[in-house]
Design a protein around this ligand. Sequence first.
Ligand code: G3I
Length: 447
Amino acid sequence: MRSLRTGLPLAALVTGAALLLSAPAAHAADTPLRDLAAAKGKVVGTAVTGSELTGGYGDIAGAQFSSLTPGNAMKWGTVEPTQGSFDWTEADQIVAFAQAHNQQVRGHTLVWHSQNPSWLTNGTWTSAQLGSLLQNHISTEVGRYKGEIAAWDVVNEPFNEDGTYRSTLWYTGLGANYIAQALTWAHAADPAAKLYINDYNVEGVNAKSTALYNLVKSLRAAGVPIDGVGLQAHLILGQVPATLQQNIQRFADLGVDVAITELDVRMALPADATKLAQQKADFKSVVAACVAVTRCVNVTVWGFTDADSWVPGTFPGYGAATPYDENYAPKPAYYGVAEALGGTTTTPPTGACSATYGVTSQWNTGFTGQVTIACTGTALSSWRASWTYGAGQQLTQAWNATCTQSGAAVTCTNASYNGTVPDGGSVTFGFNASWSGSNPVPVVTLG
Ligand code: G3I
């Protein structure tokens, strides 16, 4: 049994009040994703939330990825909630973290129809005023981070599904030329940053991606600074477009870079072994399509853990869209990414069982805890879960398992009636214990 490859003990993964801990039978590939990607000449990234960049979340973000994208921290509504009053706190934090971990930053995003401050969207502006507001915004934000941002998503989601321009504040007020203007202003503020147009549902060859293709072609012909296109890749399980690589290639052939900027693969909950295997195949094929095209430079996942994903909030009943589960254990999708980057995994990718330790209630001298043993892709006919208490905790009672404690070492084996953990199923046992001083969560080992 191995712990997660974060370089820290599993106990360090527990943050705040979260007391659930997973000790997965599978472990991450021996080589971090960022090193695998580098060997292929690629960058692998994740969207992040600045406030989370500590503990286990920070360990994984720093160890596995070579690029960070602020999920929300650089959007206009975040950085200038009141006109003329700026808040760079979270953006600065993410940039500092990236620099400390030798990572690129993808700036996201300067011109969008969403997550703008209400003073901007509720205001009444002439076209000249709107242009000046946008120019100031771009100059201020790009200028602040000059030399620190590898690439900017300058314009986000400019198209409708049929390839016509989306009717936004910008399109309505400034005309389609707002795109060329924004790119030009961004280039003036940081000539070294790569400038992208980013959109969703443009992964395969279709009306929307063809509109983007035609736009990029005409911008380049007009000498407008455009360096790349971002394919967001918010995908649905089993629906990676067959034309993904072909589409990446046609953009590359225009002379621009391509990045997969927001990859996730959502599924109807609950997840099961079949869905997770399909998700692994989906992640693998997206990354492989990028690896196959020289000018595809970056694959970024939109959150690396199911604990920090936009999907459940936007698509009720859907989730499990990222490569790590909610307890920061790598899912089959993680191995799909690693394999597409040329990595080999030392764990059979067919399945795993994990033990999750949780404290369900705690009072001044005692607590009630439980351990859930869950399997996907494999099954158990008997089990033994063991852990070591680090702060003098003492078991007093257990149910649905036979538990013994010798010194700090606790071992629990199945009862006569619950040794079987089926593929896709779980077994839970509980216990009471005493504590004083502190009650740190132990690492549970199965086997
Ligand atoms: O910050 C507030 C918090 O104070 C409040 O308590 C909470 C209650 O809902 O909301 C919080 O704001 C949320 C914000 O994320 C920060 O977590 C917003 O409600 C929520 O709508 C917002 O969602 C973001 C979404 O863009 C908005 O469209 C997601 O986190 C973010 O991942 C997502 O990212 C976009 C990309 O920028 C562009 N492509 C699509 C992608 C997914 O929608």
